[in-house]
Structures are given as structure tokens and as C-alpha cells.
Design a protein around this ligand. Structure first.
Ligand code: UD1
Length: 423
């Protein structure tokens, strides 16, 4: 894989068959950061093979963790972790690198990190994280793109988040684990990945209750130990496959799924006319026999419709019958895929955070750019139904978060190939 790689998608084939979902990116990243809290050994199973995980691994190794991988199993040993400064070079490549802040402060009480980077989908500040850490007694100094945090007496606190930020909830949970006394996080994010983080931390010896609800309580403990944990399946990957089946008029059985986690996507696809069958809450079959109908969609914190599925569902709307309205309420700049979809002939108007999508009977292949992770996925989906070839550049964004997407789709019958950028 190279940052110059391109994907060529020849549209027109129905996707048919079975596909297995990999472990969740957004559960793996905070859980890897949580490994910084312990001197013990944490074994993680079902870790996806994606670039963001490799980046987080580099950060852990930089901090002194010993990380080994065998297939989808990762082992992290934290006895030699030190609170070294995390440079801009490392932090800028991964937005989720900010999740190292809570664990490092909790364990070492004094740290310095650069501001993180990541997907170009909005301003994504850290104010809610830092406000919560201040409430726990941390002195925070921000200058020259770095944040210094110091908390010799890190204490539990009552924290009310102004917005249920996923990252802030996770960071504060991790900071509270080794703090003195109890912490309550109100208006916490309720995403399934937060429950997975709680389960892994509790297996390490933490005392956390309430993840998945809007109030989380953490009783500080003096030390964490070793644990083994299996990462949950990736609900956004699952949702992407569901749209792939629907947009190609296909019939796809998706396995290794927690159906409850994709309820909002199931509901939207049914509303648009797809057939969605759920088996034992652990696999899903999506079929579409005729052209789907338009629907409106608003992104919201979980259990609302996920912002990470907004670009993909928009691709489906570009070829549905009728006009759909999409409201993006989580990020302030998450319509970068719109210009690229327009290059493929899509009819989309944007007014602020609202997009109006007029469904057409066909898209045509074009040269397009994956501007961020989910935008890239949306372009692959559009390419699967477009006439002729769609050539997607900057595919490294997709490699950040999807494990083997093109080979999974090729196995379902898609004509999709990677062109090595170095060739
Ligand atoms: C996580 C996910 C990302 C997903 C997002 C929303 C990971 C690794 N990434 O990102 O895939 O799109 O949740 O579901 O889990 N905000 C502030 N101040 C803060 C923190 C956030 O204003 O201190 C704002 C952000 O700018 C954004 C919104 O809150 O507009 C949501 O951000 P947040 O929930 O924190 O997302 P992430 O944790 O970054």
C-alpha cells in the first residue's frame, strides 16, 4: 500500500455472496490507548489491519510499549511506557492520537503532546477533553501547537459534557481510571465503542459503570493489570456493505455483526425499499430487487444515524427515485464528497449543513479523489453502479479505516483493482 495508490472500479455488477466484517476501528484505537494505563499485558483479538491502527501502534511504541501482532491478535506490554513528549509528526497523522492524553495523564500526571491531525472533516477541537481534565485538577497550558498537562493530584470530578463527544467521553473515562476518588461523566456519548472500552478497562481491573447510557461512573483504582479482550465488529464497515448491496441491486449476507449497532442504517435502508433480514442479531442479509426510493436523513450522536455513514448513504440517494435531504449535524465540514459525486454526474445542492440530492437513473465513471475516509468509501459505492470506470485517487484515506475493502468487494463480484502508485 502506498499513498499514491489508486482504485479503479468498473461499475455495473451486482454484489452477491457473503462478507465478514472486521473489528471496529473506533473501538480498537481507544482500547490501544487504554493499554498505556497498565504495566501488565493486554491481548486484543479481532484487531483490524488498517493504517490508523498501524499509526496508533507507532505512537505506543514511541512511548515505550512493546507491541506484537499475529494475524488479528495484538499484544501490548506496558511496563516500560514513559511519558515522553509526543511529537507533531506522530500526532498529526492520526486524530485519535489525542486518546493517549487521558491514559498518560492518569498514569504519569505530567505530559506534553502536540495537537492531533486526522480526517479533514471539520475543526475537531479538544476543548471538551481539556475542560473535563481541568475539572479533575489538571493544569493545562496550550502554546505553539503543544498542550502541557500537569496534575500531581488528579481527582475524580462531576463532569457535564456540553456535547456528547465520543473522544472526550473516552479520554475522560481513561483519565478517571487511576484518579483518586470517583468521577461522573454526564451527557456522555453512548456509542457502542464506549461500551467496548469500558469492558476492556474493567477486564484490566478498572471500576466503570454506565457506558452506553448518558451517565458514566468511574471509581478510581490504584493500578491496572493484564487482560484479554475481543474487539466488537465494525458497525460502519457493516453499514457500508449494507449500502453496497443496496446500491448494486445485490444480495449480500454480512456476518460478524451486532445488528443492534446498525439499527439506524437498517431502518433507513428499509425506508428506502431494501429488504433487510437480521439473523440472531449476528448476521444481516440485504437485498434490493428494484430501484430504491429517496429518504431524508439527519446525522446524530448514537443511537441516531451515524455521521460516519452519511457519505455512503448519500451515494445511494444519488441513484434513488426522488429527492432526498441530508442534514449533517455532527461535523461542520463533512460534504467534501459532494464535489466528487458531482463529477460522476450526481445532482446535489449544498446549503450550509444541508444537502439536497436529486436521484438520477445513472452515474458515470470519472476521476475522483477520496478526500477523507468515509468520502472514499462513498466514491467506491458510487463507482460500483456508475457506467464505465471510476478512478479514485488518495485511496490511502480508505486504507486508514477499512480492512481489505477492495478484496472483499471483488469476492462479491465487483470489478475493482488497485493500481500501485509507485509503479
Ligand atoms: C469519533 C470517531 C469518528 C466519528 C465521530 C462522531 C473515533 C476514533 N472517531 O471522533 O469516526 O465521526 O466520533 O461520531 O472514534 N468537538 C468539540 N470539542 C471537543 C470534541 C469534539 O467541539 O473537545 C466536536 C467536534 O468538532 C465534532 C463533534 O464534537 O464536531 C463530534 O466530535 P467527537 O464526538 O469528539 O468525535 P471524535 O471522537 O473526534
Amino acid at each position: 500500500m502506498s499513498i499514491l495508490d489508486k482504485l479503479i472500479v468498473m461499475g455495473g455488477n451486482r454484489l452477491v455472496g457473503e462478507v465478514r466484517v472486521s473489528g471496529a476501528k473506533n473501538a480498537t484505537l481507544p482500547i490501544m490507548a487504554a493499554c498505556l494505563l497498565t504495566q501488565g499485558e493486554v491481548t486484543l483479538k479481532q484487531v483490524p489491519n488498517i493504517r490508523d491502527v498501524a499509526m496508533m501502534e507507532r505512537i505506543l511504541v514511541h512511548l515505550g510499549a512493546i507491541v506484537s501482532r499475529s494475524g488479528t491478535t495484538m499484544t501490548v506490554r506496558g511496563e516500560q511506557v514513559e511519558p515522553k513528549e509526543v511529537s507533531e509528526g506522530l500526532m498529526r497523522q492520526l486524530r485519535a492520537s489525542n486518546l493517549a492524553v487521558g491514559p498518560l495523564l492518569s498514569r504519569f500526571r505530567k505530559i506534553r503532546v502536540a495537537y492531533p491531525g486526522g480526517c479533514a472533516i471539520g475543526s475537531r477541537p479538544m476543548d471538551l477533553h481539556l475542560k473535563g481534565l481541568r475539572a479533575m485538577g489538571a493544569k493545562v497550558t496550550e502554546k505553539y501547537g503543544y498542550v502541557d498537562l500537569e496534575a500531581p493530584n488528579l481527582k475524580g470530578a462531576e463532569i457535564h459534557l456540553d456535547f456528547p463527544s465520543v473522544g472526550a467521553t473516552e479520554n475522560l473515562m481513561m483519565a478517571a481510571v487511576l484518579a483518586e476518588g470517583s468521577t461522573v461523566i454526564r451527557n456522555a456519548a453512548r456509542e457502542p465503542e464506549i461500551v467496548d472500552l469500558q469492558n476492556c478497562l474493567n477486564a484490566m481491573g478498572a471500576r466503570i459503570k454506565g457506558a452506553g447510557l448518558d451517565t458514566i461512573k468511574i471509581e478510581g483504582v490504584s493500578k491496572l493489570g493484564s487482560a484479554e479482550h475481543t474487539i466488537i465488529p465494525d458497525r460502519i464497515e457493516c453499514g457500508t456493505h449494507m449500502v453496497a448491496a443496496a446500491i448494486t441491486g445485490g444480495d449480500v449476507h454480512i456476518t460478524n455483526v451486532i445488528a443492534e449497532h446498525v439499527e439506524p442504517v437498517i431502518a433507513k435502508l428499509k425506508e428506502m425499499g431494501a429488504t433487510v433480514l437480521v439473523y440472531n442479531d449476528s448476521s444481516i442479509r440485504v437485498k434490493a430487487d428494484s430501484r430504491l426510493k429517496a429518504a431524508d436523513c439527519r446525522t446524530l450522536p448514537y443511537p441516531g444515524f451515524p455521521t460516519d455513514m452519511q457519505p455512503q448513504i448519500m451515494s445511494l440517494m444519488t441513484v434513488a427515485e426522488g429527492t432526498s435531504v441530508v442534514a449533517e449535524s455532527i461535523f461542520d465540514n463533512r460534504f467534501k464528497h459532494v464535489d466528487e459525486l458531482r463529477r460522476m454526474g450526481a445532482s446535489i445542492k449544498v446549503e450550509g449543513r444541508i444537502a439536497i440530492v436529486k436521484g438520477l437513473t445513472r452515474l458515470s465513471g470519472a476521476f475522483v479523489e477520496a478526500t477523507d475516509l468515509r468520502a472514499g468509501a462513498a466514491l467506491i459505492l458510487a463507482g460500483l453502479v456508475a457506467e464505465d470506470a471510476t478512478i479514485i485517487e488518495s485511496i490511502d484515506h480508505v486504507d486508514r479505516g477499512y480492512d481489505s475493502l477492495e478484496s472483499k468487494y471483488a469476492a462479491l463480484g465487483a470489478r475493482i483493482i488497485r493500481v500501485n502508485g509507485n509503479a
